[in-house]
Design a protein around this ligand. Structure first.
Ligand code: BGC
Length: 403
């Protein structure tokens, strides 16, 4: 088991020792001069230099160092830690150029480790299997496998000691266009969390002018199942500024996968038309979230998988925050997207800037294969076999609107 706890605060290494990995010294100094915590309404230069730096974020109890990489490009700055591959902060301008952090998260490694059982999964890489597997069991090639039950009665987001709690191996670099990249690699041994096969997974973050791209790859030495995603929560008005009810959500999906009371899909692909899950046109998240509709009762709000229209790399979601004008557009090649309206945030956690997170203070959009696919023959397959490579990509683009 990789269960770890962190050292007491006094023994932990601070953020000294910042190392410039690549890029101009001047830009690195500019990055180093800003706090990760979300002081709202700062202004960044109109455009910044593409750059990547790293600093020590903390040290786990077993001595493992956790690094934090800061990837900067023209209009965006993103901080990612090697623990869980977590996107800690995403700083982007609003329509007037004011920059704030729009991703929910924590200020310290202690906070991430302390809250992770099972936790909110803020910004984390999720694996081996995003979302739920009914009763933690599935049968593959005639063999039944049992996964940990960490969301009674089901297995959620890969089990008790899942990818979001592992320290990934980083490689910082640049793509051919000069954009900063961070490749994170993890080897999950055969039988890890009950999943068959040695899975070698990578997630590569690339920060372009105004976007974050994540490219996932995995291979196996035995037939297995895999469904990787990132679990970032957003509040486009700024992390810690309150609820996301006024955000306008649009999903490129005419259908969704209804769930039972334990949030396991029934197997149907139901039309969204005529329901509060219809986001084919932009609608404020809060408008219908308390409607008397059984699916919203089960989820305590939105916590569903939408069946994305079309195939190939395409627009999946567009979210607009009217007061700041910030717009998030998400693109993916995956068949589904989980829209989760932060229903289980309950005021017990304090975020990056020290403010309390209550129900609905952030939303997550997780590109994925449908939950519990291994138990539904009519859902697209999540089986990965030796010799094949699992590949998927998601792009998050941050812009603004003037209306
Ligand atoms: C799930 C929620 C769960 C949350 C954990 C989401 O992906 O759909 O049911 O509570 O992750 O933070």
């Amino acid at each position: 088991m990789l269960k770890r706890s962190v050292r007491p605060r006094s023994r932990r290494t601070g953020v000294a020792g910042r190392v410039i990995v690549a890029g101009a010294v001047a830009a690195a100094v500019a990055v180093a001069g800003t706090a990760a915590s979300a002081a709202p309404a700062r202004t960044m230069p109109a455009t910044m230099k593409a750059n990547i730096t790293k600093d020590l974020f903390g040290t786990l109890d077993d001595g493992t160092k956790v690094w934090r990489y800061t990837l900067t490009n023209s209009r965006i700055r993103v901080r990612i830690i090697t623990y869980g591959g977590i996107v800690q902060t995403i700083e982007v301008p609003d329509r007037r150029g004011r920059v704030t952090n729009v991703a929910l998260g924590f200020a310290t490694l202690d906070d991430y480790v302390a809250s992770n059982n099972p936790g909110p999964y803020f910004g984390a890489l999720i694996g081996r299997y995003a979302n739920r597997i009914a009763e933690g069991t599935f049968t593959l090639d005639g063999v039944t496998h049992q996964l940990p039950i960490n969301n009674d009665p089901n297995s959620l987001h890969g089990g008790t000691d899942s990818f979001d709690k592992r320290v990934w191996t980083p490689t910082a670099g640049r793509n051919s266009a000069g954009d900063p990249t961070l490749r994170l690699a993890l080897t999950s041994p055969d039988g890890d969390q009950g999943y068959p096969g040695t899975l070698r997974a990578t997630a590569t973050y690339t920060v372009t002018d105004d976007s974050i791209r994540v490219d996932y790859r995995a291979t196996t030495d035995k037939a297995t199942i895999v469904n990787l995603t990132n679990h970032s929560y957003f509040n486009l008005a700024g992390e810690g500024t309150g609820d996301i009810n006024g955000h306008l959500m649009q999903l490129n999906a005419n259908r969704y996968t209804p769930v039972d009371a334990t949030l396991i899909p029934t197997g149907q692909l139901a039309p969204v038309a005529g329901t509060p899950l219809d986001f084919t046109k932009p609608v404020a998240i809060g408008d219908r979230i308390r409607d008397n509709f059984e699916q919203l009762v089960f989820g305590r709000g939105y916590d569903h998988n939408w069946v994305l229209n079309g195939s190939g790399f395409r627009l999946a979601a567009r979210v607009t925050e009217p007061t700041t004008g910030r717009v998030l557009s998400m693109f993916t090649d995956q068949p589904g997207i989980q829209f989760y309206s932060g229903n289980f945030l309950d005021g017990t956690l304090y975020g990056t800037s020290g403010r309390q997170y209550r129900q609905g203070d952030g939303f997550a959009l997780e590109t994925q294969h449908f939950p519990d696919s291994p138990n539904h023959a009519n859902f697209p397959s999540t089986v990965l076999r030796p010799g094949d490579t699992y590949r998927t990509s998601t792009v998050y683009t941050f812009g603004t609107t003037h209306h």
